[in-house]
Design a protein around this ligand. Structure first.
Ligand code: ATP
Length: 599
């Protein structure tokens, strides 16, 4: 197919913003493709999306930067790079620059002109394959080779064609064509309702492949489409509400409340060949970042093939407590994933199952999907189901929400469990409702807390202590009440020094003035004071600080605590009091109330 036909469509798309016209132009273009070479329909679709293939293929990018494109244009047009650069400054669009300088190219005469006249017109296939070849040029000398190959392609193109090739390479096609318009055009091409194409795309996030199936196998094939391990499913998304009463009303009075973990969403595919692939929320292939998750999935999923979904969360290697999202991102940035894996271990909290051994579960209600998930899962600490609870009254929902916060989560996702509670791939709907707090409270003031217990270190911290149990002081009751377990913020020297530092204070049983529901590996007599900062103060079912004072049955906890320094100048009775911690908690609540609701 002539590339000029595609370019004509691109030009028309660029000139209109009418959705109806966009769909009509695309439908026409697709018709022409089918008439001439239907094998390339997928590639044409990707091209319109401004890509060579879906991102999740994990293939390399074209990889020519602005400077390289300028060089390629100058080579193709036989003008100085400086000239191209100056024109770029004036026009601000390298596509227009290419068009302009190539139009000015001196006319070829004589034999050359004859050869050029005989030259076959540039085809879409050639453009696509050349760009693909450029993308796969890797290693030494590849930069020059990429530029030369692009220059060769531009030489063969007309000025107008060059404009679009350059914009494509730059990732700036700017057609204003969304997936929805392409879906409509595919539907109108084969005379199918657009919902059929949409559903197929939601279950297999590869619009090119869907277009190909549509033209080769027709509507019925699209209707029969099921998820396929290896091809990501577009994720189901949640609506948001702030009121437990309203949440339950929306869900028909009852729902499955689940911890909303603050991590990275993972769609985990177990392929029939035993391989595991992980896709992110944006459907990028993130398998290489999580070799540990791959292993957990391989050993815990008892099926031939499956697609399950969960949240990857960072955990403290010492305390096993959840860590904030930033730490997970830290791990993603590390170059050596195997070192990162040790420093920042992760757990996976599973919450859905979409496909298993040939059967599509997306159209089954959530309780059925969960039952199947439990059936095929051999849980282990690192790979298990998200903490959850069936709730049917606002009080329970609120209580569970607070527990989730205290356990280091963002809040809850409350999910419908009625007969129609299907997995709505690619849609945001009321079957999932997120209930989270919308403020970012930083605990501005550090507190001084007393060590009352210690936990042995694991891994890198073997032979020393990995975390300390910390308490605030209640002068009225003359008790030390626990408020957090701190394992972060210690330097290597401080860690190494811990056994010696604690030794004089280690006692065989809990000190009579310590009130704790947590049993550490060793008890420590209240003596040492440390300055600690946390992210915020939350209600806690476990910690005893200010127990029953704010709410019956709950104490207060410091979330994400970090050690700052020792306070040898302070005795245990000079530590921050539980009353002060209650005040800090209350002032945080004011902050929440003052904060306007997000829309
Ligand atoms: P959205 O996904 O709604 O566009 P977002 O990307 O900002 O918004 P959040 O507001 O954090 O995400 O809420 C949805 C996300 O919560 C999911 O994409 C998922 O990664 C995460 N999540 C954590 N725990 C759960 C759970 N138990 N069930 C569903 N999602 C969960």
């Amino acid at each position: 197919m002539r590339f000029s036909e595609v370019v004509d469509a691109l030009e028309r798309l660029e000139r209109t913003s009418s959705r109806i016209q966009i769909v009509a132009i695309l439908t026409n273009l697709f018709k022409r493709v089918v008439e001439q070479n239907k094998d390339i329909i997928d590639k044409v679709v990707y091209f319109i999306q401004g890509k060579l293939w879906p991102d999740w293929y994990g293939y390399p990018e074209i990889g020519i930067g602005e400077k390289g494109i300028i060089k390629a244009i100058s080579l193709a047009a036989g003008v100085k790079e400086r000239e191209v650069e100056n024109l770029y400054k004036q026009l601000g669009d390298l596509g227009l620059v290419a068009e302009r300088v190539l139009a000015k190219k001196p006319k070829t005469t004589g034999l050359l002109a004859f050869a050029k006249a005989k030259q076959e017109p540039l085809t879409f296939e050639k453009v696509y394959n050349t760009l693909k070849r450029i993308a796969f040029m890797q290693g030494e000398g590849s930069r020059d080779l990429k530029i030369k190959t692009l220059a060769g392609l531009l030489k063969e193109a007309s000025p107008k064609e060059a404009k679009y090739i350059v914009r494509f390479v730059q990732g700036k096609l700017r057609l204003g064509v969304g997936d929805a318009s392409i879906i409509e055009a595919i539907a109108s091409l084969i005379g199918a309702p657009k919902e059929v194409v949409e559903r197929a795309y939601n279950l297999r996030a590869d619009l090119g492949a869907i277009a190909k199936m549509a033209v080769e196998e027709g509507i019925e094939a699209l209707k029969r489409i099921k998820p396929q391990p290896g091809i990501p499913i577009r994720p189901m998304l949640a609506e948001r509400l702030h009121d437990p009463v309203e949440i339950l009303r929306k869900l028909g009075g009852k729902g499955l409340a689940e911890y909303k973990y603050d991590g990275e969403r993972a769609q985990i595919h177990l392929l029939p060949n035993g391989k595991v692939v992980i896709y992110s929320r944006r459907l990028e292939n993130i398998t290489h970042s999580y070799p540990d998750v791959v292993q957990y999935a391989k050993s815990s999923l008892k099926a031939k093939e499956a697609i399950v979904e969960g949240e990857i969360v960072a955990v403290d290697p010492e305390t096993g407590e959840l860590r904030p999202f930033q730490e997970l991102m830290h791990r993603r940035r590390k170059h050596d994933v195997h070192i990162a894996m040790k420093e920042i271990p992760v757990h996976v909290k599973l919450f859905d199952l979409m496909y298993v051994d040939g059967e599509d579960y997306t159209n089954k209600p959530l309780p059925v999907r969960r039952k199947k998930l439990e059936e095929i899962l051999e849980p282990r600490e690192e790979f298990n189901i998200a903490t959850n609870k069936i709730v049917d009254n606002p009080e329970d929902l609120e209580k569970f929400f607070r527990q989730a916060i205290a356990d280091g989560c963002e809040g809850l996702v409350v999910k419908a469990i009625h007969d129609k509670s299907i997995y709505q791939a690619g849609a945001r709907g009321w079957l999932w409702i997120k209930y989270k707090r919308d403020y970012k409270s930083e605990m501005v003031e550090p507190v001084d807390l007393v060590v009352v217990g210690a936990f042995y270190g694991k891994g890198r911290r073997g032979g020393t202590f990995g975390a300390l149990l910390m308490a605030g002081y209640d002068p009225e009751k003359d008790l030390f009440m626990t408020v957090c377990k701190v394992g972060s913020g210690f330097s290597d020297e401080e860690l190494a020094r811990l056994p010696e530092l604690l030794k004089p204070y280690i006692i065989p049983n809990k000190h009579p003035r310590v009130y704790s529901n947590i049993k550490p590996d060793v008890w420590v007599q209240p003596a040492l004071v440390a300055e600690i900062i946390g992210a915020e103060i939350t209600l806690s079912p476990i910690h005893t600080c200010a127990k029953d004072e704010v709410e019956t049955g709950s104490g207060l906890a410091i979330r994400f605590p970090r050690f700052i320094r020792w306070r040898p100048d302070k005795g245990p009775q000079e530590a921050t009091t539980c009353k002060e911690i209650v005040e800090m908690y209350k002032s945080q609540l004011h902050k929440i109330e003052e904060k306007p609701e997000k829309v």
